[in-house]
Write a protein that binds this ligand. Structure first.
Ligand code: URA
Length: 296
């Protein structure tokens, strides 16, 4: 690009490879378009207090998390949300891809909440929360629930979920008859709130930022492996059926060899993009469950 004269610095074409620029002062254009300087990634942990909206702006004019980020000049965005009457750990970052992966239901990032509920849960109610409860938007995925302590008419629990539906924890507890009166997010993936005071924020340490990046990398690469595995299996089965090869040596007259018509019908069924009900025809939907079901 440089040799072709497509790059300008402060309005002058540069042709010398290795020309150095100061991103804060120099105006660099490629093909006439201004090149934005790359911002380093910033990762901030905030302990959101009750009464603060978890977005950057609020149409009703209530205070938002932005009001708490004194002195932060980088534009960071909240990763996921917390209800305004909920408290605890919020991650904010300008690393868009990472933020998207962290909230995507496919990656099952665990979130742990310390909650105060009305009454004391019976063992069957805890089991039912752990198995999954029926909500209006479907049954919840398995959760982990730990009793923490009893407090007069109330009790404290710790619940870990891997989804992020709106008001999910409150709705789950409501479904088993124990409304939530306090909710604090204490863990998000590998991050823990520890002693960060309500309303305070801090930048993640390198170790924490690496742990978050590793989590996303591991989950996306295991998904890619799943998809490749599924595509290979699908291609193998489809080609075997098209060639009308039996999966193993058939006994003469056993009837296990597909006739030509059966073979092409089966092949069409297995490879048709419309065959949503076939496990082999389906795109990998779930990194942890897909391969078991498909190979069964
Ligand atoms: N579940 C809820 O019900 N509220 C939150 O803020 C977070 C999880």
């Amino acid at each position: 690009m440089i040799a072709q004269g497509r790059v300008t610095v402060n309005g002058k074409v540069v042709r010398e490879l290795g020309t150095r620029v100061d991103p804060a002062r120099d105006h660099v254009k490629v093909n006439g378009r201004h090149l934005e300087p790359v911002q380093p990634h910033a990762y901030i942990m905030l302990n959101k207090p009750k009464g603060i909206v978890s977005s950057l702006s609020d149409p009703e004019g209530r205070p938002t998390v932005k009001d708490l980020l004194h002195g932060v000049s980088v534009r960071v965005f909240p990763v996921g949300r917390l209800d305004s009457d909920s408290e605890g750990l919020m991650l904010l970052t300008n690393h868009g891809d990472l933020a998207q992966a962290l909230v995507h239901p496919r990656y099952h990032v665990p979130k742990t909440y310390l909650i105060k509920v009305k009454g004391v849960l019976r063992d069957e109610e805890i089991k039912s929360l752990e198995r999954g409860v029926e909500l209006e938007d479907g049954v919840t995925s398995p959760a982990r629930v730990k009793k923490v302590r009893k407090a007069e008419q109330n009790s404290w629990l710790e619940i870990t979920i891997h989804e992020g539906r709106k008001h999910q924890v409150k709705r789950m507890l409501e479904a088993v008859g124990h409304p939530v009166s306090k909710l604090i997010r204490v863990r998000f993936g590998p991050l823990t709130l520890r002693d960060l005071a309500a309303g305070e924020f801090r930048y993640l340490t390198d170790r924490e930022a690496n742990a978050v990046r590793d989590l996303v990398r591991d989950r996306t690469s295991s998904e890619t492996r799943e998809q490749n595995h599924s595509a290979r299996n699908k291609a193998r089965v489809s080609s075997r059926l098209t060639r009308r090869e039996p999966p193993s040596s058939p006994r003469p007259g056993s009837g296990s060899t597909l006739s030509s018509a059966e073979g092409s019908r089966a092949s069409a069924r297995l490879s048709s993009p419309k065959s949503g009900s076939s496990d082999l025809g389906r795109a990998t939907p779930h990194p942890s469950r897909g391969s078991m079901r498909r190979s069964a």
